[in-house]
Write a protein that binds this ligand. Sequence first.
Ligand code: FPP
Length: 252
Amino acid sequence: MSKAAATATDRSDPPVIPAHVAIIMDGNGRWAAARGLPRAEGHRRGVEALRRVVRAANDIGIQYLTIFSFSSENWTRPKSEIGDLFGLLRRFIRNDLASLHRDGVRVRVIGERDRLERDLCAMLDEAQELTRDNTKLNLVVAFNYGSRQEIANAAQRLAREVAEGKRDPATIDIETLGRYLDAPDIPDPDLIIRTSGEQRLSNFLMWQAAYSELVFVPIHWPDFDKAALEGAIAEYARRERRFGGLAAKTGS
Ligand code: FPP
C-alpha cells in the first residue's frame, strides 16, 4: 500500500495526495463534434490538456501519472484517426521531451511494441533513457496498451518457465504474476479518473485497479485542467479506502 493510500482515511492529515493517478482521457471526439470541428482537432486539444495536467501533477506532488493514450482496441478506428494519434505522440515527444526532462519528469512507456514502427519505438526508448534518472513525476504513457493482453503476456512468460522446468507452478501467486506485468515497480494507482462521463475501465490497468478509487468526471478531456484534477483528488480524499478490511474506527 502506498504511503498516500495509508493516510487516505486520516482526515487530520490534509491534503491527501494520491501517489499514483491514472487517467482515461476520454471525450476528445465529442468535444470536437460539439464545436463542429474535426475529431483530429479534439485530439490536438487533448494534447494541450495533457501538457497542463502533467505540469499540474508535478506541482501537486503526484509521484506517478499514467495516461491512456492509445488502447489496443483503438486499432479499429479509421486509419486516418490512427495516423493522427500516432502523429500527436511523435510530436509530443519531439516538442515536449526537453521541457519534461528539465522539469525532472521521468517518462515510462507501457504497452505492446509489436505493431509500432521502428522509429517510433526508438523515440520511446530515447525518452525513457534520457529521463531515467529524473526523480520528480513519473509520466507513464500507456500506448498500444490493453490490460487483458498485458495479463496474457505475463501468463505466457510464466507458462514458458514452467514448460522449461524452471518454475514450479505452485510458486505462481499474486505477487509473482504482478512481477511479470509491464511495469512491476510502479505502485498500483490510488486514483483512476475517467473524463467525459463514461463509467468503465475499458481494459485499462484492470489488474492494478483492484483497490483503486474511481472518479468519473462529466467534462471532456480537452477541457480538463488543474482545477479539475484538484477536484478529482478532493473527491478521492473523501473516500474511505478499506482494501477489503473494515472501516477505520472514528472518534477514538
Ligand atoms: C479518447 O477520446 C481519447 C483517445 C482515444 C486518445 C487520447 C489521446 C490524446 C489525449 C491525445 C494524444 C496524446 C498522446 C500523447 C498521443 P475519443 O476519441 O474516444 O473521444 P469520444 O469518445 O468523444 O469519441
